[in-house]
Write a protein that binds this ligand. Sequence first.
Ligand code: IYR
Length: 224
Amino acid sequence: MQAHNCKPLDDFIEYPPEEMSKRAQDWYQQIKRRHSIRQFSERVVPQNIIETCIKSAGTAPNGANHQPWHFAAISSPEIKRQVREQAEQHERRFYGGSAGDQWLNALKPLGTDAQKPYLETAPWLIAIFSQKKGGVEATDKQQNYYIHESVGIATGFLITALHNAGLATLTHTPKPMSFLSKICRRPDDERPYMLLVTGYPASDATIPLHALKKKRLEEISSFL
Ligand code: IYR
């Protein structure tokens, strides 16, 4: 590693092993309370909370530090209505057969269907876009690298930041999603990656039991 153009790492915090172990446990207890929900309250969430969570997402590791993402945060009732209308149109085709039996059968235990009222009920929809071209400056138009990995990690950071702030989320991926580019007025070299719904859960919000079946540590890991 070349030493030029670097500064000392001065914000790393080392914890004693016992504290590290406790922090790891505490974090697991926090994050295991994150659930995708589909019933949102209309309660308003201030924009500054969403802004700070997007700033957290923007710290994600990514290819060549080009930060190949854009977050379009929608609270306008009219734009949310348009998103719902278009998403439901695509979902009706999806559930009407275009998904294929295998996919539809895999979704049965979740109980989802083409109706997406939460796209209007929730106070915020965050449309996440990936950028094919960019650079470390927002105006750059160089090639971007590891775009999906980068935007995927940033989306994970965003979900985690929102959960930590005390908000519920739903990752929504209508198929196809290209209508989001138009609604959000995004340029041609960006692709919609995911729609994140966020806000307070409705008082009667539920979690599908299917979603609670988490694989055990031994099933998801190996130690060599
Ligand atoms: N986009 C559809 C279908 C859907 C697909 C998967 I994979 C899910 O985990 C959940 C839903 C919908 O939102 O209903």
